[in-house]
Ligand binder design. Structure first.
Ligand SMILES: [Fe+2]
Length: 241
């Protein structure tokens, strides 16, 4: 694997709790580029109550950042997405095409509150699937119900839900039980994506290389290649994984 793709990050300027300015956006992406990342899907938060940027604004920001980064990172490609916080109104919002899917594909990145009950999460993801889109569950290591009972995460994967983990989670930065869930899912072949979920250049960095080396060593080159490159590429190409 020569380069990585990062399909979950908050690098667009001034629209969520990620980069606060264009300057910080460029710093984040330069950090990503130096780490070997060449394709990025920017996924600003969409929350029905806490607020969100309009789809048009996200698309415009992606263009602005793409233009601004050209000089320092000429072959870095940026796409628009959203990290969609689940609410009962979300399936309709997706159907009305009011939010960004992942790089304009059929894939959507979905997040829940960490304390969401499993039955609620499962039903919600089924509701999303009925819209004809392909849900990716963001950072599975965040949800207490899955950390407590990894078999439930496997059940979601069996339902056709794509599972994403954060690079920090892979490395154990979020805790031992969280890492254990991730390892179990890797062992079962249930992880489709590893991404940074970067918010800045200090605390939540846009770095994948360390996690990629770990996954390659523990689970093999093929698995690493799929999670850090091939599967995100399939998202951009709108092809089924
Ligand atoms: Fe995120």
């Amino acid at each position: 694997m020569k380069y990585f793709m990062d399909m979950h990050c908050h690098c667009l300027p001034g629209i969520d709790d990620g980069a606060r300015s264009m300057e910080e956006s460029l710093q984040m992406l330069q950090q990503a580029y130096a780490d070997g990342i060449r394709t990025v899907i920017a996924t600003p938060h969409f929350h029905h109550r806490r607020g969100h940027a309009a789809k048009e604004v996200i698309l415009e920001k992606v263009q602005q950042v793409q233009e601004a980064i050209r000089e320092t990172c000429p072959d870095l490609k940026l796409y628009a997405g959203n990290e969609l916080y689940y609410s009962s109104s979300l399936p309709d919002i997706i159907a009305e095409e009011k939010v960004c899917t992942m790089a304009g594909s059929q894939y959507v990145l979905i997040e829940f509150s960490p304390d969401t009950e499993y039955a609620e999460m499962r039903n919600a993801l089924i509701n999303i699937q009925t819209q004809g889109v392909w849900p990716i569950l963001a950072h599975i290591e965040r949800y207490f119900c899955l950390v407590k009972k990894p078999a439930l995460a496997a059940e979601l994967a069996d339902m056709g839900i794509y599972l994403q983990v954060n690079a920090g989670g892979v490395l154990g930065n979020y805790g031992r039980k969280e890492k254990s869930l991730i390892k179990k899912m890797f062992a079962k072949g249930n992880i489709s994506f590893v991404a940074t979920d970067a918010h800045d250049t200090e605390r939540r960095k846009q770095i994948l290389s360390e996690a990629a080396a770990y996954v390659e060593k523990k689970f093999g080159e093929e698995v690493a290649d799929a999670c850090f490159f091939k599967n995100p590429q399939a998202v951009v190409n709108n092809s089924i994984i």
